[in-house]
Every structure is written in structure tokens, then in C-alpha cells.
Design a protein around this ligand. Structure first.
Ligand code: 5GP
Length: 190
């Protein structure tokens, strides 16, 4: 998606060979017009799939997810993060290792929002090693729902997330694919 790549070139900051900072338009300050285009693009790619719900993770997945939900006309659920959580029967719970924080946290969604009748599109801001995606897949499977695929705003293609997810049979649609962050520059795959 050209407008997104342009924005990354203009406003993204390469923090290291592994981490791209995009807090000027996605992770802190949010560009609503760009998010609308992102949501439209996800909707175009998944419109024919019969998606009934979108699932994302707080906080940075919410903006793109809500725009995609608006376009597809479906509700958006965001998994909430907890430092620790005592088991509650009304919650679906999983664990996720955070790439940026290098800590493990617990994520949960209320079981009442997902059922076996749902066909879910997962949306997130970044795909790195796929830990967040795998935890969301786990929550959705606990509800017995099926998965249409994943929509990722920025994929770091030099990390293993896409390979891991595709090996398990999931469709991954990424709007910007970063081949490397070497030399302080963002190099796109295509
Ligand atoms: P994964 O779970 O795929 O290893 O990492 C994805 C999650 O970590 C995303 O939800 C995102 O919040 C965060 N993340 C991973 N890489 C980056 C990055 O380069 N920049 C930022 N801002 N967040 C990242």
C-alpha cells in the first residue's frame, strides 16, 4: 500500500536493526485518514470471506481494526492485556511474549463476544515473530470460532512471523512489508 509506505519513509524512525518506531501516525499519535485507507484495504482483501468479527490486541491494533470493522460492517473486539490474571470462567485467556517489552503478559477477551458461529479476521499493527498473532489465534480457537486470516499493517519480513503462520495454514495480508532496517533505513520487500 503506497500511501502507508510513503508515511513510513517520511515519519518512521529506525530504532535498531530490529525495531521501527511509528508513533507519529500509528502507535501514539494516529493519522485517521491513513487509518481509513488501511481499513479500506483490509476490507477489500477480506470482503469475500464472510468475516463476522474482527479481533485485535490493545492498544495499537485498535485504530486499524476499527476502520476495517467500519468498512466490513462487523464488530471489533480487542484483547486486553493484564500483568497477571486469576482464572475467571467468563474469560478466554492466553499468554503472549511481547517483542517490544521482552516480557510475558496475559491477554483475555470476554467469552460472550465470540462464538463457534464466528469467522474472524485478526488485525494487528506489526508482525514480528508472530507471538501476538498466535495468542489471538489461541483465544479465537478457545471460542470454537474459525479464522479468515490476518491483516497486518507493517510486517517485518526478516523475522519469522509470516513463515510460522503460513506453515499453520493461515492467510497473512500485510500492507507494508519491510525487508530490512539495516543502516538506519527502511527497505521494503515489494
Ligand atoms: P510479534 O508478537 O509478532 O513478535 O510482535 C508483534 C507485536 O509486537 C505487535 O503487536 C507490536 O505491538 C509489537 N512490535 C513488534 N515489532 C515492532 C516494531 O518494530 N515496532 C513497534 N512499534 N512495535 C512492534
Amino acid at each position: 500500500m503506497e500511501a502507508l509506505k510513503q508515511k513510513i519513509r517520511e515519519m518512521g524512525t529506525v530504532l535498531s536493526d530490529q525495531v521501527l518506531k511509528v508513533d507519529a501516525f500509528l502507535n501514539h499519535q494516529i493519522d485517521p485518514a491513513l487509518m481509513q485507507k488501511v481499513g479500506h484495504e483490509f476490507a477489500e482483501r477480506y470482503r469475500a470471506q464472510g468475516v463476522t468479527k474482527i479481533v485485535t490486541i490493545e492498544a495499537s491494533g485498535i485504530a486499524p481494526a476499527i476502520m476495517a470493522g467500519l468498512e466490513l460492517g462487523v464488530p471489533v473486539i480487542f484483547a486486553r492485556k493484564f500483568q497477571s490474571l486469576t482464572l475467571k470462567s467468563e474469560l478466554l485467556i492466553s499468554k503472549v511474549f511481547s517483542f517490544t517489552k521482552q516480557t510475558e503478559s496475559t491477554i483475555a477477551i470476554s467469552a460472550k463476544h465470540l462464538s463457534a458461529a464466528d469467522h474472524v479476521l485478526i488485525i494487528d499493527d506489526f508482525l514480528a515473530n508472530g507471538h501476538a498473532a498466535k495468542a489471538l489465534i489461541d483465544l479465537i480457537q478457545q471460542a470454537g470460532a474459525s479464522i479468515a486470516g490476518l491483516g497486518i499493517v507493517i510486517e517485518k519480513s526478516f523475522q519469522d512471523g509470516r513463515k510460522l503462520l503460513e506453515n499453520e495454514g493461515y492467510r497473512v495480508e500485510s500492507l507494508a512489508r519491510v525487508a530490512s532496517l539495516e543502516g538506519g533505513q527502511v527497505h521494503f520487500l515489494d
